[in-house]
Write a protein that binds this ligand. Sequence first.
Ligand SMILES: Nc1ncnc2c1ncn2[C@@H]1O[C@H](COP(=O)(O)OP(=O)(O)O)[C@@H](O)[C@H]1O
Ligand SMILES: [Mg+2]
Length: 341
Amino acid sequence: MERHVAGSGRRWSSAAMSTGLRVAIMTDETGWHTGRLKKAFRARDVDARCVDLAECRIDTTWAPHGLAIPGFGHAMPDAVFVRGIAGGTFEQVTLRLGILHALRECGVPVYNDARAIERSVDKSMTSFLLNLHGVPTPATWAGESTAFAQRVLMREVAANRRVVLKPLFGSQGKGLRRLGASRRDGSLAPLPSLRTSGQVAYLQRYVEGERPGFDWRVLVIGGRAVAAMRRVGGKGWIHNFAQGAQCEPAQLDPVLADTAVQASRALGLDYAGVDLIPSPHASIESGDTRPLVLEVNGVAAWRGLQSVTDLNIAAALVDDLLDRKLAAHVPVPLKTGDGLT
Ligand SMILES: Nc1ncnc2c1ncn2[C@@H]1O[C@H](COP(=O)(O)OP(=O)(O)O)[C@@H](O)[C@H]1O
Ligand SMILES: [Mg+2]
């Protein structure tokens, strides 16, 4: 006997007035983003409700699939939108990501998929994959050895360069340290103890730029770059919106758009917020004008970007989830008697 465990078996159809589809928005906080998403889902006649990943449970006595999602009873959502994964202990985060993996194993489309989120949350894996796929990104080193990190720093300083020490799982421009000789007085910022960064050194070559500095945030949805902004100022050289940078609309020129799309593809993300910076080596003479990708966000916020674009970002995300990801989705049949009930 076979049965479909993903969702309720209802399929979305553009002609239908009410789709009967039920979507879980995974988030630990409700606010502006979830409000926009719920409105966009409502506009598509989809019932979307916020679910805290911390309240989901793996429960092998919970028939038929052993996964309890609050608000969905014994059924599964038809799709999941991952809006936020709260920080916590290593065990808590593992369990929360495990729930997203389990949903996929049950045949539920998860947007973004947990594997892609894991790749993007781990900055070292992001750098590795960008480099592997030929996406331009600054030289980056990650390891557990203080001696190795020290050697990298010395080598870079000897070449008159600086490096940025970043938390492996950092976000919003928090905890970044720029190391190397200060431009002002030539004093050397030494390598801090790795105790402050979880005993791991993630070092990225600092990309020198003009003053006042800026970077780009490009939003890629379903393999297409849909909006871009320049983030100007902020906290010194750190241009995050959360650090007070001013958002300005930016032209999505083909090179910027292509580079962001390649970055999103390298990580296997459905949608991504890609941070880029002008490359000091870019030139028309060299034939390479591509910017450098600094990081790729798989659970990207878009409030700053929404303030400078006419595109309804929440609606674009919802449309991509429903019209591309869910439309292409084939429910996974699970057989009873295979240990899953
Ligand atoms: N290698 C670098 N060279 C120059 N500026 C950088 C570099 N890395 C980060 N920055 C600046 O710091 C910001 C935050 O870095 P990022 O890697 O995106 O971490 P977070 O996850 O905290 O946003 C970037 O948007 C950029 O403005
Ligand atoms: Mg960033």
